[in-house]
Design a protein around this ligand. Structure first.
Ligand SMILES: NC(=O)c1ccc[n+]([C@@H]2O[C@H](COP(=O)([O-])OP(=O)(O)OC[C@H]3O[C@@H](n4cnc5c(N)ncnc54)[C@H](OP(=O)(O)O)[C@@H]3O)[C@@H](O)[C@H]2O)c1
Length: 381
């Protein structure tokens, strides 16, 4: 029986995680849950799963939930998240938070030797070196939940690390794959949120539309698999059936395929290293008529190049890229900037940053703050 702490249980990854574990009450116990603003759902989840701990990160929502979940210890804020993940009885932490907010609870989970099942890619983008070094030191395992990285993780069992020629991250191409770039100025928030193949939270859905999601994933893959950036490639695969591929030096390419459903990589991480019969409907191979692969159009989607640029700059550059993107996406969702400005703003912030190499956590946090302020200044002017 594993005790699970699910950070961001009210989000898309969090809800999927709870659905995955429901048929396996003998294998998993919900030990902790967290939510930010969707307090009705958090209350319902708490009453249903009866966790030891519940953390709310939004002050108003915390006040609303007070007194309504008597069976669980109610905690508040980032300190609450840290307290919850460091409990001796918690075995595994599933991080389904969105954005930089996931960094501290991830580091605390690792410091306490917990297994971290990570969907919150921004953690590794901001502080990949620190997080992976700490995980090695504390012998804490980081298991990928992002479908592409779960795919690569599975394909890598086919050979040795030194036999890997390339990792291929697949990208659906998002809703604007076939739209003319000159029409990008007309893109509305609702257009960007209409992802053709995946149902996800708003931030990652916009990241998928700009293809910034791939840039974040290039950095994530670099740290997760300790792989040189030039060996990490992006390939457009609009059907989203092949989740990723690994090419070995003998020319053999191993692909991981499955339904377009996050329950599969979540279940794989939760049961790893075992496999169990999946609770969700399987995948009918004969229903797949076509699988296509093409190079990304980096003129139309320049975001793809920024991950390589940030990894070349190293140090605090990826944290700044992440901060600029979080602010720009938020401003787009609030209709303060057009879709077409997201990537140029991120690019401008990244290129005006004075990189600090071998950064401490404090340097990373300062760079994150600088990136946010710089982005807001550019947006205001
Ligand atoms: N969704 C997917 O299919 C998918 C696939 C691969 C990777 N990922 C990655 O997984 C992460 C989560 O994505 P998602 O799609 O599940 O996002 P989401 O649906 O927006 O959920 C985000 C979760 O974080 C909470 N949250 C939001 N702001 C917060 C804050 N300031 N402090 C603390 N908690 C906060 C939300 O709480 P409330 O809802 O209560 O406000 C919610 O529980 C992202 O890093 C994303 O890139 C997602």
């Amino acid at each position: 029986m594993k005790n699970l702490v699910i950070l961001g249980s009210t989000g898309s990854i969090g809800r999927n995680t709870l659905e995955v574990i429901e048929p396996f009450p003998q294998d998993f116990r919900v030990w902790g849950l967290s939510g930010h603003s969707n307090i009705e759902l958090l209350e319902a989840q708490t009453l249903k799963f009866n966790p030891e701990f519940v953390t709310v990160t939004d002050e108003k929502s915390y006040q609303v939930l007070k007194g309504k979940v008597p069976g669980s210890k109610l905690l508040f804020g980032i300190e609450g998240l840290k307290e919850m993940v460091s409990q001796a009885d918690a075995d595994m932490v599933i991080n389904g938070l969105v954005g930089s907010v996931g960094l501290f609870p991830s580091l605390t989970a690792i410091e306490n030797g917990k297994t971290l099942a990570l969907a919150n890619k921004e953690v590794l983008v901001m502080a990949g070196e620190l997080v992976t070094q700490k995980a090695q030191e504390k012998k804490a395992q980081i298991l990928p939940i992002d479908s592409e990285h779960s795919g690569i993780f599975q394909c890598l069992f086919s050979g040795k690390k030194e036999e890997v020629k390339n990792l291929f991250l697949t990208a659906s191409g998002g809703p604007f794959l076939n739209r003319d770039k000159k029409d990008f100025d007309e893109i509305k928030v609702s257009d960007a949120l209409a992802h053709p193949t995946w149902k996800m939270g708003k931030k990652i859905t916009v990241d998928s539309a700009t293809l910034m999601n791939k840039t974040l994933e290039i950095i994530e893959a670099h740290w997760l698999f300790n792989m040189a950036p030039e060996k990490i490639k992006v390939v457009i695969h609009p059907q989203s059936i092949v989740h990723s591929l690994v090419e070995f030096i003998d020319g053999s390419i191993i692909a991981q395929m499955g339904a377009t459903d996050m329950k599969l990589p979540i279940q794989y991480a939760l049961f790893y290293p075992e496999r169990k019969v999946a609770s969700s409907n399987g995948f009918n191979l004969s229903s797949v008529k076509t699988l296509t692969f093409q190079e990304p159009d980096t003129e139309k989607f320049p975001a793809v190049k920024l991950g390589y640029q940030a990894l070349k700059l190293k140090g605090t550059a990826p944290a700044v890229l992440n901060a600029a993107n979080e602010v720009a996406v938020n401003c787009f969702l609030e209709e303060k900037i057009p879709f077409s400005r997201i990537c140029p703003i991120v690019e401008e912030v990244l290129s005006s940053h004075s990189v600090i190499s071998a950064p401490s956590l404090d340097d990373i946090l300062k760079a994150d703050l600088w990136g946010r302020e710089k982005t807001l200044t550019l947006i205001k002017n």
